[in-house]
Design a protein. Structure first.
Length: 159
């Protein structure tokens, strides 16, 4: 079963979120591969977020976040950066070029193939992940000729 489940492929994404709290800003990011379009009208998607991820607290109903779609020919540096363990309070975006003001939900990565600016509409609790259903409010593609990076797993019982 684990090997069969692991054969479900998905794209590679960096999910970012940012919220202003008075004079400070909380922001976070995570690598995601469990993202799927979920509706046409309104345009919506689902994303699975592990319950122990720091970004999960920034993805409550009506919160906003950004799905940065990674490009198949340049995703490795971004993947390595965002898979690192960051100490509490560290700037997860240090050394990464971001496009300020592009999206309401969080940073847009300059090297992303595309971005989707999303608002959380519903959350479904699973055993070890939250399933977030979000409305996509805006988005853009940086390179119409490029392909999305794909994640191929060998087993379905861990990342």
């Amino acid at each position: 079963l684990d090997k069969a489940l692991g054969r479900i492929s998905g794209g590679l994404y960096v999910v970012t979120a940012s919220q202003n709290e008075g004079s400070s800003t909380r922001s976070s990011a995570m690598v995601a591969s469990w993202v799927s379009q979920a509706s046409f009208k309104p345009p919506g998607l689902t994303i699975a977020v592990a319950k122990d991820r720091a970004i999960e607290t920034l993805m409550q109903v009506d919160d906003r976040f950004v799905v940065n779609v990674l490009k198949d020919d340049n995703y490795q540096p971004l993947l390595r950066h965002f898979l690192k363990r960051f100490p509490p309070g560290a700037d997860r975006f240090s050394g990464i070029t971001i496009l300020d003001g592009m999206a309401k939900g969080g940073p847009v990565l300059a090297d992303a193939l595309a971005f989707l600016d999303c608002r959380v509409a519903q959350r479904l609790e699973g055993p070890d992940h939250w399933i977030i259903y979000a409305i996509v409010e805006q988005g853009n593609v940086a390179d119409a000729e490029a392909n999305t990076a794909v994640h191929h797993r060998k087993v379905g019982n861990h990342y």
